[in-house]
Design a protein around this ligand. Sequence first.
Ligand code: NAD
Length: 260
Amino acid sequence: FLKGKSAIVTGSTSGIGLAIARALAAEGASVMLNGFGEADTIEQARAEIEATSGARALHDAADMTKPDEIVAMVARCHDELGGPDVLVNNAGIQYVAPVHDFPVEKWDAILAINLSSAFHAMRAAVPLMREKGWGRIITTASAHSLVASPNKAAYVAAKHGVAGLTKAVALENATHGITVNCISPGYVWTPLVESQIPDTMKARGLTREQVMNDVLLAAQPTKELVTPEQVAAFALFLCRDEAKAITGANLSADGGWTAA
Ligand code: NAD
């Protein structure tokens, strides 16, 4: 149902973003991948998307800490793929430490990648969506856009920030055929979660098993991690015409975490 449309998915060389890009392409959207990684691995993912979907896939290496590179990526999508009709603000990083030990450069990087990059991308993409009178903006927020955990000051601040940003941009564009929402997953098994386990072990003095059971799964009443494919299916639904009434929403997919 997305044939003839194009999508930018930031942070889509891995994890949730890659799953969303695959799902959009499977419905016919041409996709602009973005993110870091080994050139060979990225090329493999790009080529695999083209081969399995028949849709075009490009990769743009824009660094989400650099506003001019974000603007250039949106312009490149417009020139080479049309649109963007769908913008998924997904790039994100994590750092785990108590506020009094939190490195200033980590605070700056998390705010830039997890919050400001969404502003810069939307600022560039919204006029192009308004021209067409149709657009879908989806931001991967987090359960941490609604509740906090210790040792994640920057992440929690940035994720609460994108939830507010989503509401404001949704209201501005409500009569332009553009919906703006965020999806707030609980713990999803991706490199982002895997790599914070050693830091959480250190910060809280726990074993690996204790972090898995007492920190990650303890937060989720379902006692199951969320999968990238579940988040992707949710994002895909928001792109449907049937989802046009859903805007300005912060939609949880967190195994019941924030209900508790
Ligand atoms: P991931 O580490 O698998 O992927 C992150 C992606 O962002 C990668 O493609 C990486 O290259 C890219 N990236 C990082 N810094 C970048 C930069 N400066 N410029 C461009 N790209 C950059 O992580 P993930 O778990 O798939 O996370 C994706 C999003 O989902 C993030 O916003 C994260 O906060 C959010 N999220 C994740 C979880 C979880 O449990 N994994 C839960 C809730 C929300």
